[in-house]
Design a protein around this ligand. Structure first.
Ligand SMILES: [Cu+2]
Length: 590
């Protein structure tokens, strides 16, 4: 479909907001953050929206901490109003005008979900990327209700990185985060200071990217009321408007200098592939990526030629050079990723024409940079960045291996559900459905041992020991898989073909055969990008692909979670527990 929608809001008219900084050292490491119902204006021409925010703001304050200096946060749930968003399922995926309903504001004929509208604010805070003891990690079921509070201790014994805190309530994370419960958390350390990286405004700025949608009144005008809309064919909400730090399509005036941007995709489901465009040409060469989810890379990476891909919860630390640009020059940040994202390519130079209604991408714009007059200051990117880790050994012979299949199950009523199936090698005499993986003629036979969040725990990693986790994607979309606690490194990303017989995906069992090697219709390159070769906590697993990661859990024993970070998936069972154990206790586990 080539039809273009006219945007009902003007782009690049609001200045990029910078969230309030909450520097832990200025409060002796003891902070109080209140979750409050509030109002927020997402755009100059929109009425105020009702939101839930940390300290009543969207995004919440950016908490800044020093490595090695613990931070205690008293999270106070003072939410005194019901869920401020309308959740709805439109009756059809495409309206009478042929436009997919998720590209449009309003309810598109959907009835408001009354159960969602009546939700009181049950919350639990998770610090994403934090090396946090299990009791403070924000287990999804350990909710605190309005009027209750939780005091969480964060050791901050970890390298500098951009983390984020957000709600993680069981089954309703998608609503709570969409309502505004998310904020950034920066850890700083000496290595970054040795490298003289910009710290704080104006030359270091966070960019928290989230898609949002709004309701319409009877005259068809935008009301500002937040709408979480899905349709019978797409169970994720892909909203048409992109907010950065809480403003739709903002603009930032920059000096002719090098800026450091800390990017996070905090959307429920949308993957962004970010392209910087100036005078109709890709300006991606101006960007050099120095860090990823868990901090600095070993050396700076160029952004892939198609753009910087960030799925939900992925972060990038980038230096952008505006120094040679004359006064009044403009660079526009655009998104070329269709939704749901499946890894398909799009040429960066065509980013201005990336609008794709069938791909649920009505407006590719994200934000704009406008160069002001000023003294030219350029910063050269240091050649060597992180010195504190080596690439994980590709061969981890003898390391425990775990296999997880990502599968989609059709239901007779309601949209499909996405689940993760934990696999174990089946005994020779095993009777029943099997998933087989054939690699260079060698076939491994697996049976499912867990399928739902509440099934028995089967993963008990030993502290201090490397493990290899194999993520096998049998679905048609990319899933960003997130592990709580320690970071990991990607070992491989390999093409597969798979066959799943009709009714092969049951409630618990699956029958499938997977063969390593590219299928005839598979156009993805299945490459590991340079900017993925760092310490990650969220990794994209594309369709027709097995991703292997090496993870070593350290320091904290306890019950944690891993899950898809598409919030609509994690809320509907694409989440599982694991329990980290000290080695000497393993002998006593029956
Ligand atoms: Cu998913």
């Amino acid at each position: 479909m080539t039809e273009i929608l006219t945007a009902p809001l003007a782009a690049f008219v609001d200045a990029l907001p910078v969230p309030r900084r909450l520097i832990a050292d200025e409060h002796d490491g003891r902070l109080t953050v209140r979750m409050r119902a509030a109002t927020h204006r997402f755009h100059r021409d929109l009425p105020e929206s009702r939101v839930w925010g940390y300290d009543g703001t969207v995004p919440g304050p950016t908490i800044e901490a020093e490595r090695g200096r613990p931070v205690t946060v008293e999270w106070r749930n003072e939410l005194d109003a019901s869920l401020p968003i309308i959740d709805t399922v439109a009756p059809a995926a495409v309206g009478a005008d042929g436009v997919p309903v998720q590209c449009l504001p309003g309810l598109s004929g959907g009835a408001p979900n009354e159960e969602a509208g009546a939700l009181a604010g049950y919350t639990v805070v998770h610090l994403h990327g934090g090396l946090t003891p299990a009791s403070y990690d924000g287990w999804a079921e350990n909710l605190f209700a309005p009027g209750q509070r939780a005091v969480f201790h964060y050791p901050m014994d970890q390298r500098a990185a951009l983390l984020w805190y957000h709600d993680h309530a069981m089954g309703v994370t998608k609503f709570d985060v969409y309502a505004g419960l998310a904020g950034l958390w920066i850890i700083r350390d000496e290595r970054e200071r040795e490298l003289e990286l910009p710290e704080g405004p104006p030359f270091e700025l966070p960019l928290l990217i989230q898609d949002r949608n709004f309701d319409l009144d009877e005259q068809g005008r935008l009301t500002g009321r937040l709408v979480h809309k899905t349709d019978p064919e797409v169970m994720e909400a892909f909203a048409p408007f992109t907010a950065v730090n809480g403003k739709v399509w903002p603009v930032l005036d920059v000096l002719p200098a090098t800026y450091r941007f800390r990017l996070l995709n905090g959307s429920n489901a949308r993957t962004y592939r970010l392209v910087l465009l100036g005078d109709g040409k890709s300006a991606l060469h101006r960007i050099s990526q120095i860090g990823t989810d868990h901090g600095l890379l070993r050396s700076a990476a160029c952004v892939p030629s198609g753009g910087l891909v960030l799925a939900s919860a992925e972060r990038a630390d980038v230096l952008v050079d505006f120094s040679e640009l004359g006064r009044g020059s403009e660079l526009t940040l655009l998104n070329t990723a269709a939704a749901p994202f499946d890894g398909s390519a799009f040429p960066a130079a065509d980013a201005a024409d990336a609008a794709d209604l069938d791909g649920l991408l009505p407006y590719p714009q994200v934000m704009r940079f406008r160069v002001l007059d000023g003294a030219v200051t350029r910063r050269t990117t240091p050649r060597e960045l992180a010195t504190d880790y080596q690439p994980a050994p590709a061969e981890l012979a003898g390391a425990p291996r775990r296999a997880i299949a990502l599968v989609e199950r059709e239901l007779e009523v309601g949209p499909n559900v996405l689940t993760m199936r934990e696999l174990e090698i089946a005994a020779e005499d095993h009777q029943g459905p099997l998933l087989t993986v054939t690699d260079e003629g060698q076939t491994t036979r697996y049976r499912v041992v867990a399928s739902h969040f509440e099934d028995s725990t089967t993963f008990f990693p030993m502290l201090g020991e490397y493990e290899v986790w194999q993520l096998i994607n049998l679905t048609e979309d990319t899933h960003p898989i997130h592990l709580h606690l320690d970071p990991f490194q990607i070992l491989s990303r390999r093409a597969i073909r798979h066959e799943v017989p009709e009714d092969g995906v049951e409630d618990f069992e699956i029958t499938a055969s997977v063969t390593l090697g590219r299928g005839p219709d598979d156009e993805l390159d299945h490459a590991i990008d340079d900017n993925e070769r760092g310490l990650k906590d969220t990794i994209r697993v594309n369709p027709n692909e097995i991703v292997e990661i090496a993870v070593r859990f350290t320091t904290y024993a306890g019950r944690y979670m891993y899950h898809c970070h598409i919030l609509e998936h994690e809320d509907r069972d694409m989440m599982r527990p694991f329990v980290t154990m000290p080695a000497e206790l393993m002998a006593f586990m029956s």
